[in-house]
Design a protein around this ligand. Structure first.
Ligand SMILES: [Zn+2]
Length: 94
């Protein structure tokens, strides 16, 4: 008769080899305002602020701009000021 006690399955032995490319390491972006000392964020300069908004006029997230938390706050304030004085749009029509 077969010895069924010793037929334990070992399903989880290859967990570490399950490489998922969705979670691969990406190169860390460097904050544009930290790296460039001469870069002065100006709410009266729409060409400069246009880099931080998308085509709909929305402010881009930090994962896209690469800015640090401090400078992302500055960017947000600058874009909102620019919108208030009608330099940048609040929203754009498709
Ligand atoms: Zn920064």
């Amino acid at each position: 008769m077969a010895d069924k006690k010793n037929n334990k399955r070992n399903n989880n032995k290859n967990m570490d080899e399950d490489y998922n490319p969705r979670f691969r390491k990406q190169r860390k972006k460097v904050c544009a305002l930290c790296s460039d000392k001469n870069f002065v964020l100006d709410y009266k300069n729409p060409e400069q602020l246009r880099k931080f908004i998308n085509d709909k006029g929305k402010i881009l997230p930090r994962r896209t701009t690469g800015a640090c938390a401090k400078h992302q706050r500055d960017i947000t304030i600058a874009v909102k000021r620019a919108r208030h004085i009608a330099i940048l749009p609040y929203a754009t029509k498709d």
